[in-house]
Each structure stands twice: as structure tokens, then as C-alpha cells.
Design a protein around this ligand. Structure first.
Ligand SMILES: [Zn+2]
Length: 347
């Protein structure tokens, strides 16, 4: 795939965002307006107080501790987005906003339709079509941008519900759903082995497969994912830095990692920049294909340009290394180049 397929016509560097969750990507001002449009009762009537609830604002400081959003406020962000009328403008704003602010000309946005339907109250197809509509509207406004949607399965869901989501991904594959993922914290009830066939089938159907694994703890599940599923990419996967054999497999199989630095620090995966630097450089020097992403720029109080600047300032990567990392994202995207019928959104 030629990187030039995604040129933007501006002098600013063009960027690709491959790992961002819709739940953490909508600007607080848009969330606020959408909530008011729907007549939702919010925990505060003060916009600035609301913004403090849904955005991690202070820059990370070494040893500053974990900075997860309060779970109830993350759920509030999802709830505000959880209707067909809310999703289209939310998605449109995410893609348009990233282009205007950061020249993100290639945008893969992931979400879980079953976490946007108010526990079954709303029909999944309407939810999905609303997201597709939001992407299409953004691409009409900003024709230099290309975008695709990744459906997240979830570790907290049972196999049946996850399979339903996969069936929906298949149904909308020619409408811009380009990939399948699994997200959510480790859950004793979730067994990755049960999903091997599903992901092998997804690859056979031409989906991009990326899996959140190896973010924290023992990389045992990540080893299984690499051996049995061989996904195209892995969300985070930073624990591979402690396992040379696993890094060798990632390199041999050309499995790319989607790294999200500020997210790693906020969540407490690394306590200091030095720890992050060591892990990221170990992966780079082992030859693993790396990409840099935000995981949800609005929630983490960052953006893609800022992430790249931080990595240079903190001497994680040199400028030349960062250039290669930026280009990696254009090579490993699930969005096919311009003109490819199987991934271009059909209007
Ligand atoms: Zn993620």
C-alpha cells in the first residue's frame, strides 16, 4: 500500500490514528450539547465541572499514580452517546475534529454497538447505521480523510452476545466496518480460546483483526493470541517487551502493536517515563512494528500530535524513529487505499 494514498494537501504532517475508542474521543463540548439536545439530566449544570469529570486534564508526572476516569463518568460518556440521534454527530465530530486539529487523514474508530443501545432498549442496527452515517457525513465534509469502523467485542460479554456483534460486523462489512477487536479488562469468565475460530473466520472474510491484550500482567493470553489467531495487530501488547520469544514472533509474523503512551501512564501501566521508555525501546530494537495512538484523546486530555511530541521530548524515540513509526500506521491500517471497493464507504 502506498503511503501517498493518504496525502492531505496541507503542509502539516499527515497522521493516522488506528486505536481510539469512541467513548473517549468525543469532545466534552459536543457531549454537553448532545446531552442537552436529548434533555438528559447530568450530574452538574456547570459545563466546566462536567469537563473536569470527563477529561483527565493535568499532564502526567512521574510517580503521579493512576489517573483513570471515574468509571461512572466513563459510563456517562457512553450513555450520552447511546442513541441513534446522538451517535451520528458524535462520530462526525470525532473524525472532523481530528482532521482539523491534527491532520488525521486516516482514522480508524472503534466502538461496541452493544454498549450504546441502553441495555437492549435501542435496536443495534439503528445504532450501527447512525455511526456509519456519522462517518459518511465526516468524509463528505473532509474528502481528504479516510476512515473505517472497528467493532469491539467485550470480555464482560458472553459468547452469544459477542457472536451477535460479530454477525453485525459481517452484515456491515461493505458499509465501512473494517475490523474486529476484543476490549475490556481481564475477566475470569472470558476465555480467548473460545474465540479463536471466530477471529480466524474474520481474517478469512477480509476483516482486519486487532485484539487488546498484553497491556498489563502476564502476557500468557498474548502468547495464545499470537500463536492461535495471528491477528494483524495487537492493542497495546507492551508486555511482550518482557518476553524475547514473543517479540521474535511479533517480528516474524509482522504483527503490529498499537501503542498509546499517555493512556499507559494514566492507567498506571508504567509509573514513570523511564519505565515506558525502556519497554518501548526494547520493542523497537527487537524489530517489532510499532504505531502510536491516543486510545481516546478527549478522555486522556491529549491528541496524536501531542503524543508524538511527548515521545520525542522524553527521548523515547528519535525524530527519525518517529517518522518511521508514523509511516507504519499507514502501512498496517485496515482501511484500503483510495478506490478500493471493499473498504470505501458506500454512499
Ligand atoms: Zn484501547
Amino acid at each position: 500500500m502506498e503511503a501517498t494514498s493518504f496525502s492531505s494537501g496541507t503542509q502539516r504532517p499527515r497522521l493516522a490514528e488506528l486505536h481510539t475508542h469512541l467513548g473517549g474521543s468525543v469532545a466534552p463540548s459536543i457531549l454537553w450539547s448532545i446531552a442537552h439536545d436529548q434533555g438528559m439530566k447530568l450530574p452538574t449544570k456547570d459545563y466546566w465541572e462536567f469537563e473536569n469529570m470527563v477529561v483527565i486534564k493535568e499532564p502526567f508526572r512521574d510517580g503521579g499514580g493512576m489517573r483513570r476516569l471515574d468509571e461512572k463518568y466513563y459510563k456517562l460518556c457512553e450513555l450520552i452517546q447511546s442513541s441513534p440521534s446522538a451517535l451520528s454527530p458524535a462520530v462526525r465530530n470525532v473524525i472532523g475534529g481530528a482532521y482539523r486539529a491534527n491532520n488525521v487523514v486516516l482514522h480508524e474508530l472503534r466502538f461496541n454497538p452493544a454498549k450504546r443501545n441502553r441495555a437492549g432498549e435501542r435496536d443495534l442496527d439503528y445504532i450501527i447505521l447512525s455511526v456509519i452515517n456519522g462517518v459518511e457525513r465526516a468524509l463528505l465534509e473532509y474528502p481528504m480523510v479516510q476512515a473505517g469502523i472497528i467493532f469491539e467485542l467485550d470480555r464482560s460479554f458472553d459468547y452469544k452476545l459477542n457472536t451477535t456483534l460479530y454477525e453485525k460486523a459481517c452484515k456491515y462489512q461493505n458499509r465501512g466496518v473494517i475490523g474486529v477487536d476484543v476490549a475490556g479488562p481481564q475477566d475470569d469468565h472470558f476465555k480467548m480460546e473460545e474465540y479463536v475460530d471466530l477471529f480466524v473466520d474474520a481474517k478469512r472474510r477480509g476483516f482486519g483483526v486487532t485484539i487488546h491484550t498484553g497491556e498489563e500482567g502476564d502476557p500468557a493470553e498474548m502468547r495464545l493470541v499470537v500463536d492461535k489467531i495471528q491477528p494483524h495487530r495487537i492493542g497495546h501488547g507492551i508486555r511482550a517487551a518482557t518476553d524475547p520469544k514473543l517479540m521474535d514472533k511479533l517480528t516474524e509474523q509482522k504483527i503490529a502493536l498499537e501503542l498509546c503512551p499517555t493512556s499507559n501512564l494514566n492507567i498506571g501501566i508504567f509509573k514513570t517515563w523511564a519505565q515506558l521508555r525502556h519497554a518501548y525501546r526494547t520493542l523497537l530494537e527487537a524489530g517489532v512494528t510499532l504505531t502510536i495512538n491516543t486510545d481516546g484523546p478527549e478522555m486522556h486530555g491529549t491528541n496524536l500530535t501531542h503524543e508524538l511530541q511527548l515521545l520525542e521530548e522524553q527521548e523515547v524515540f528519535s525524530r527519525a524513529e518517529l517518522e518511521r513509526v508514523k509511516e507504519n500506521a499507514f502501512r498496517v491500517t485496515f482501511v484500503k487505499p483510495n478506490g478500493s471497493a471493499d473498504s470505501k464507504l458506500q454512499l
